[in-house]
Design a protein around this ligand. Sequence first.
Ligand code: PLP
Length: 287
Amino acid sequence: MGRIAYVNGRFVRHAEAAVHIEDRGYQLADGVYEVWAVFDGDLADREGHFARLERSLGELRIAMPMSRRALEVVLGETLRRNHVRDGLIYLQISRGVAPRDHAFPTRPVRPAMVVTAKSVDLAAGETRAQAGVKVITTPETRWSRCDIKTVGLLPNVLAKQAAREAGAVEAWFVDELGLVTEGASSNAWIVDAQGVLRTRDTQANILRGVTRNAILALARELELKVDERPFSLAEAKAAREAFITGAGSLVLPVVQIDDAVIGEGRPGPVAKRLRRLYIEEARRSAA
Ligand code: PLP
């Protein structure tokens, strides 16, 4: 007998169950999940998991897709259709389907919801429990691998949304030392008070921006003073210029960081020149 999944209002065959390619859970990890153990067809720690689900959703400002009661009906029905007496039930709720953009959708979207259930062999679990198991250790890297261009973008989503709510276009992450790492979807640059073009080195925990590399090469060709060295937020606020780079933003001058106006409050000459030359070069090589 085939497994059945619940997907956005419908029970479908597990093998054919699918979400939209622009589901924000799929594209941005912008969602939450819960898993309940099931004994005798009933959810174990029912309340604890519901409480955590509601908390997780609240933290991300995602609405419950349906009432608690309706959700319990869906969970129960998924167990029933899969003939699960002892097992696990998985629930995932994402912010919904919307054109890809880090910040939350500007038009309200319905949260997307998926439920699956499977039976578990309790006897096998018992055998394992009697023998005991081995664990290994691993460095705590959750999530300190920003060098990987992963779809695990939830922190970037929240940062970008905060930027939008503050009337800004980008958010710069600042580390525990007060140093700027990078933007939510771009690399961060300044022309410091001494006129040196600076961006954080890629040994650090940032994405190795392709545009960043091209701009570094261009700046060196132009014989600008360049230093791949982290800068503090204070240095950024006191900089002559600031800008961001990325495939989306190209070279985009920054004229304000938080409440601090940068330089003259207008795009600076270095950023403007790099932008023009980068676009000219990109067009030339595309031709
Ligand atoms: N940093 C982050 C976190 C990004 O998401 C991006 C681009 O999306 C960049 C930097 C810039 O990278 P690239 O110049 O390769 O587009």
